[in-house]
Every structure is written in structure tokens, then in C-alpha cells.
Design a protein around this ligand. Structure first.
Ligand SMILES: N[C@@H](CCC(=O)N[C@@H](CS)C(=O)NCC(=O)O)C(=O)O
Length: 245
């Protein structure tokens, strides 16, 4: 008989019992760049999530039981009663509204700027910096050939500076955070993308405002616990000498 997956729901009685003590469940993996912003935001806001680890390294995200929960087969994924929600940015916004966090301001124009920064990180920045300049060094996407990886990295290294300059000079500038002097959802998401570059020793020294901002994010009390698994993963990969330390 096949081993039951840890994602399978229990008996109807168990399900009834659970619905009485319902918690908000987060499917996540701490090595996932887009899981960490949700973890850190939840930790800072005292949001009691029920964490369900989906181990990406052993492909638990591709198990049929997880596919039944999230057919996209990715993390993070949030289940709050009858709401099933993917996309880290949408999860952050939902949780922020649920607890009334100032990190997602309600004033129309301030909120528009946070939305703009979240979209900017998740599209242009993610594409040129994460997808092109960093991930191919780590063999992501799985199955990318060495030749294609080389082209992607060269393209990313050529074009990422355009977006890093915008972040450094226009978005952060002399302010403390991406959308001003208060932390916003964009900082949780963006910082995770930027520190991904540490996996390949990406040189951020031409971007002093980014370095200052990342140092500020790293000094937050929730950083170390949120990023411990990420740095553990990097050490393991670097020990295999596949990428520079
Ligand atoms: N746009 C999505 C991206 C989700 C995503 O691709 N997550 C990655 C981890 S960073 C994943 O689960 N990958 C597993 C796979 O593609 O097999 C978000 O922001 O939540």
C-alpha cells in the first residue's frame, strides 16, 4: 500500500475537529526565495501560521497530494478556511490587511507605491537579476543546459545593473526603505530577492544604498531565524565547490 502523503487530510472526524480550531496554514520551504518574505512578515506581526514544510529538494511539491492543494506545484501557498491563495505578493497583502499592518498602508497613493514596488520586484527585477544572473549558477531551472545557463548568466549580468541602479538611486536613495522611511511589504519581498545574489557572490558594492538597506533588513530581529535555512543551503552548495563562496 502506498505510504500516505503528509499533505493528505485525515478522517472526517479529524477534519471536523480541525475546523473548530482552524488555523491559517502556510505551505512553504525556507529555502524558497518567495517563502521567506511571508515567514518574516508573519513573524514580525505575531501571526500564528501553521507551517507545513514542502521540501523542494526532495520534490514534495510535485506529489499528487500537494498538487491537489496547489496545482501550480510551488510554494508559498496559504489556506485560510475556504480561501486558497498563491503568489507571495498576494499572500503578503492578504495577511497585512488581515492584521491591519502599516507595512501595507491604506492611504490610496501610499498603497499604490507599495503595489508598484511589489510588482516591480516580481517582474523586471526578478527576471533580470534572479532568473538570469543568479539562478542558472545554481542549476535552476532544473535541466538547463550549461550552454543555455552561460547565455542566461551573460544576459543577466549585462542587464541586471539597469534595475539595480533604479533600486539604488531612485527607489531607495537616501531613504531607509524601498517606499520611504517605514518598512513596507516591498522590503520583505525585495530583500529576499537581493540577498539571493549572495549565492553567487554578486557584487553589490556599486550600489551603496542597496547595501545600506540590506544591512538594515538583516538587523531586524526576525532575519536570522527566517534566513537560517537559506544560509545553510548556500553553505552546502558552496561546499560542493560548484559556486564561489
Ligand atoms: N510567483 C510565485 C513564484 C512561486 C515559486 O516559483 N516558488 C518556487 C520557490 S522560490 C517553487 O516553489 N519552485 C518549485 C518548482 O518550480 O518546482 C510567488 O511569488 O509566489
Amino acid at each position: 500500500m502506498p505510504r500516505p502523503s503528509k499533505f493528505e487530510h485525515g478522517s472526517p472526524n479529524v477534519a471536523r475537529e480541525k475546523s473548530r480550531t482552524r488555523t491559517v496554514k502556510l505551505y512553504y520551504d525556507p529555502i524558497s526565495t518567495v517563502s521567506r518574505p511571508v515567514m518574516m512578515f508573519a513573524a514580525e506581526h505575531g501571526i500564528a501560521l501553521e507551517f507545513e514544510h514542502v521540501d523542494l529538494l526532495t520534490h514534495q511539491n510535485r506529489e499528487a497530494a500537494y498538487a491537489a492543494i496547489n496545482p501550480n506545484l510551488v510554494v508559498p501557498f496559504l489556506v485560510d478556511g475556504d480561501l486558497s491563495l498563491g503568489e507571495s505578493s498576494s499572500i503578503l497583502k492578504y495577511l497585512a490587511d488581515k492584521v491591519g499592518s502599516p507595512a501595507y498602508p491604506t492611504e490610496l497613493k501610499a498603497r499604490a507605491k507599495v503595489n508598484e514596488a511589489l510588482d516591480w520586484f516580481a517582474t523586471n527585477f526578478h527576471e533580470y537579476y534572479c532568473v538570469m544572473a543568479v539562478y542558472p549558477h545554481l542549476g535552476i531551472p532544473h535541466g538547463v543546459t550549461p550552454q543555455l545557463a552561460e547565455h542566461m548568466i551573460a544576459f543577466g549580468e549585462e542587464h541586471a545593473p539597469r534595475w539595480l541602479n533604479v533600486l539604488d538611486r531612485h527607489m531607495i536613495g537616501d531613504r531607509a526603505f524601498v517606499c520611504g522611511d517605514q518598512i513596507s511589504l516591498a522590503d520583505y519581498l525585495g530583500a529576499s530577492f537581493v540577498v539571493l545574489g549572495e549565492a553567487v557572490a554578486f557584487d553589490l558594492s556599486p550600489y551603496p544604498n542597496i547595501e545600506r538597506w540590506i544591512a538594515r533588513m538583516k538587523a531586524r530581529p526576525t532575519w536570522d531565524a527566517t534566513y537560517a535555512a537559506f544560509y545553510g543551503f548556500l553553505s552546502a552548495v558552496q561546499a560542493q565547490a560548484r559556486i564561489p563562496a
